[in-house]
Write a protein that binds this ligand. Structure first.
Ligand code: ZN
Length: 430
């Protein structure tokens, strides 16, 4: 088994993938010769693995050498469930664990992500002093893997907190009000280590391989709804409230939406350039995907004018979706305020609580499946001095100096220490 076969099997066509390399080419030639030497009757199978099949030398892929290709793609629901079962085999699971739900939530994760998730869950269980991993540990670990852990020390002003709350509720409310959007499972305004000041977590109900244009539009509207909510709520603050208009402007356009904007733009660009969902370009692909198994970057390969026209089409889509998001929030302004107030009070709420507010029920009474906050136990052990455990009793520190053997005079020697020196002599005399 040769892992990373692309390091020695890179195409000898030096011009395309960086200059030629004599040593590597010799290794490749040797490998090709050796592969030909295998007797087909001996039952030896040679395997190679790579993330970049497109750079491999063509000669390496001819029949008789590496002639079969098996793509190990991101696992589907059944695959993720089986992977989770493998990784949880060696840890104690509580009875409430439902791996199927976790597999459902982790669409798009690869095997290594799932292994990491199980490990995080086990660490959390240990930190909370339990001997078995429960469902909440797994759900919390899932969030740790995608969003990082909660940042305890971040100081956020009340005004910023209000903006973040409205931003996140904007995302969540628009998702709840649209037919084609994924349900919201959690909204939080607790800052996380991967840079997010708050986030809205969507859990798909079923795995999807095809997305309709309407669903993609719904996602786009959802991405833009955070900023739309900020605009809607904080634009109405006038100078009469004791602030200058410049201040209001910089408050309403916060930098927190940068990631939303990036994702929305990427999606709109995909609609236009890859999925053929734009009138103007019909079914013309404007570029191609590079490094399919690594980052999957999309590079445009069209004329300058087409490129510019595609950008205009992207802007038109984003503008339209932004407008839809804003209108939707304007129509539901009362709910927006209600949910934001509830979120500000609780800091983390579940999708069920939000749905309860939307449907006019009391959010405190809903059954909170997937709420990762355990009511009585804090996430981490508190570190305030009054609750720090007393140090273990049987450890004591020796503070008397221990003299080195050279400084010891014969008088100071205890009988036990002196005994071994004297004994051999006595034995000789005897
Ligand atoms: Zn956002």
């Amino acid at each position: 088994f040769i892992d990373g076969i692309d390091t020695i099997g890179k195409s000898r066509d030096g011009g395309r993938f960086g200059g030629g390399n004599d040593e590597r080419e010799q290794t490749l030639n040797q490998l090709l010769a050796e592969l030909d030497g295998f007797d087909p009757g001996k039952g030896i199978i040679v395997l190679g693995a790579t993330n970049r099949p497109e750079v491999l030398d063509k000669a390496l892929l001819r029949p008789g050498r590496f002639d079969r290709r098996i793509t190990v793609d991101r696992p589907n629901l059944a695959g993720r469930l089986a992977t989770l079962q493998v990784h949880t085999r060696s840890i104690h699971l509580a009875e409430d664990v439902n791996l199927e739900k976790i597999a459902q939530a982790t669409a798009g994760c690869v095997g290594a992500d799932l292994a990491n998730l199980v490990n995080e869950a086990a660490l959390r269980a240990v930190r909370l002093g339990r001997s078995a991993v429960n469902q909440n540990d797994l759900l919390a670990a899932f969030e740790t893997v995608i969003a990082g852990s909660e940042k305890k020390g971040t100081v956020i002003t009340d005004e910023e907190k209000r903006i973040i709350a409205y931003h996140e509720v904007g995302h969540a409310l628009v998702a709840a009000k649209q037919k084609n959007a994924q349900p919201v499972s959690k909204i939080t305004i607790v800052p996380h280590t991967q840079g997010a000041l708050g986030y809205t977590l969507h859990l798909p109900e079923e795995e999807k391989f095809l997305n309709t244009k309407a669903e993609l539009h719904a996602m786009l509207v959802g991405f833009l709804a955070g900023r739309a909510a900020e605009e809607l709520v904080f634009d109405t603050v006038t100078t009469g409230a004791g602030r200058s208009s410049e201040e209001v402007v910089c408050h309403t356009m916060t930098s927190g939406a940068a990631n939303d904007i990036e994702r929305a733009t990427e999606m709109a660009r995909n609609l236009v350039a890859r999925f053929g969902m734009c009138e103007e370009f019909d079914m013309m692909a404007l570029g191609s995907v590079q490094n399919q198994y690594l980052d999957g970057t999309y590079s445009m390969s069209c004329a300058q004018e087409t490129y510019a026209a595609a950008d205009r089409a992207v802007i038109a889509i984003i503008r339209q979706c932004h407008e839809v998001a804003r209108r939707m929030l304007e129509e539901n302004r009362e709910l927006l305020d209600k949910i934001a107030a509830y979120l500000l009070k609780k800091e983390t709420i579940t999708g069920q609580e939000m749905m309860a507010i939307i449907e006019g029920r009391d959010p405190e009474t809903v059954d909170n499946y997937g709420a990762t906050r355990e009511e009585k136990q804090p996430l981490f052990r508190p570190s305030s001095p009054e609750v720090i455990e007393a140090p273990a009793k049987h450890i004591h520190i020796v503070s008397e100096p221990v003299p080195s053997p050279e400084e010891q005079t014969p008088e100071e020697q205890t009988p036990e220490e002196a005994q071994p020196d004297r004994d051999p002599e006595e034995n000789e005399h005897k």
